[in-house]
Every structure is written in C-alpha cells, then in structure tokens.
Design a protein. Structure first.
Length: 234
C-alpha cells in the first residue's frame, strides 16, 4: 500500500508545472565535444516553498522540500540536460572545503565532487553561492564545487583542483573553469574581519560599505578566479 501511494504521488508530481521551463546555461569555456556542462535556472520544477521554488536540487532535513519533490526536479533536469540520473552525484554542502572522489567512501558532507569515470555526472548546488565547474581537457576528469563565502575563505576551489591533480594527474594548465551565477559584489557584504583572507588575495576584491558599519563588499567570483590563477589555471 505504501509503495502504491508513493508511486501515485510521483506520477502526480510529473503533471505539475512545465518541464519546458527548465533551462540550462552553457559555458563556451568548457568544450561540449568532451563535457556536458552547464548551470540550470530556477524554473520548471515542482518545489512550492519560497525561496526554493521551483527547481530545488538539494535535499536536506533542515528544509521543507520532500525527497520525492527533489527527485522529480532532478529527473526534469536530467531529461533537459541529457544525463543519466543514476550516475548523478551532488555535493552535500557543509560550507567548507571537503572534496569527494566518486568511487571512494564519501564523507558525511562535502562541498565538491570529482571524477574521471566516463558518463558520471558531478554537481554542486548554488543559490547565491558560487558553483564552479572544472574540466580537464587532457584526461577527461572533471569536478564541481560549491563555494559560498566560507568555502571561498577556506579555498574550496583550491581543494577541488588539488584533489584532481593528486587523484587523476591533472595539470592545472589543462583545466577549463566555469563559474555559475553568483551574488554580485554590490549585493554582498561581510564583516571586515571575515573578509581578511579574501583581502589578502587581492585588495581590489574588497570594497568599502557606504554606511561604515564595519562591513565590506566582497567579490566572491573574483576571489575564486584569483585562486584558480594562483594554482596555474590560465
């Protein structure tokens, strides 16, 4: 009986919304001849709860989105983007810098996923945080990493790249990197003490806040670009 109810609910979810509203943004930096890479927009799913509506991909017990809803959202993205849902691996997110290598025992939480297995899909959730895709055009290895302000301070993208170097023999010069839509510098502030590490990367990544509240504007995208460049990504 329980399985029948579950099946009926899954079928009901498939009738909601419009899968044609699912859109994927592609980057011309990562070659489509080697990788199926991109960033999805937020529409076309079945999530009803603001601010997650409607194509929420991340299931956590802290949020009200049921797992069946997440599965339907992922199914819609797989159909639209053209990947095998059975091979889909998404970062679980702890706002730190742990990286999981597909095929090994995963940690309880991790902000990045890497693989060199053909046909395996790796992903990282975003919201207003940076979602960063790394593609090795020589070996075919790839990685996806979630980098909010904490992950940026902790160098999550560095950890992801170094894991690819250590596990797959990646040369940073062979990496093509794409950063997804991220909160803009004019909309994001941190206490100056929390932004100190980013300021040390490059002072131009920090801009003063007009009300002089002890906070500063921070360029998260720029910070991740600087770290990639420092690691040898051109």
């Amino acid at each position: 009986k329980e399985q029948e109810v579950k099946k009926n609910f899954e079928e009901y979810l498939m009738t909601l919304g419009n899968i044609k509203d699912v859109k994927v943004l592609r980057s011309d930096v990562i070659p489509e001849s080697m990788f199926n890479a991109g960033f999805h927009e937020r529409y076309g799913g079945v999530t009803q709860f603001a601010p997650l509506a409607s194509l929420n991909m991340l299931y956590t017990i802290r949020k009200t989105d049921p797992l069946l809803v997440i599965k339907e959202n992922r199914r819609r993205l797989a159909v639209t983007a053209g990947f095998d849902l059975e091979s889909f691996n998404m970062a679980k997110v702890e706002h730190a810098n742990s990286i999981w290598v597909v095929g090994t025992k995963p940690p309880s939480n991790y902000d990045g996923v890497v693989t060199n297995i053909p046909g395996v899909t790796v992903a990282a959730p975003g919201a207003d945080c940076s979602m960063i895709l790394l593609a090795d055009v020589r070996t075919g290895a790839c990685g996806a990493v979630h980098s909010g302000w904490r992950g940026t301070v902790l160098g999550a993208v560095r950890s992801c790249l170094k894991t690819m170097v250590n596990e797959f023999g990646t040369n940073p010069r062979d990496i093509r990197a794409a950063i997804g839509p991220t909160i803009e510098v004019s909309c994001f502030t941190l206490p100056a003490k929390d932004a100190a590490v980013i300021k040390d990367l490059d002072p131009s990544l920090i801009r003063p806040h007009q009300d002089l509240s002890g906070r500063v504007h921070v360029d998260l995208v720029g910070a991740n670009v600087v770290m990639l460049e420092q690691e040898g990504v051109l």
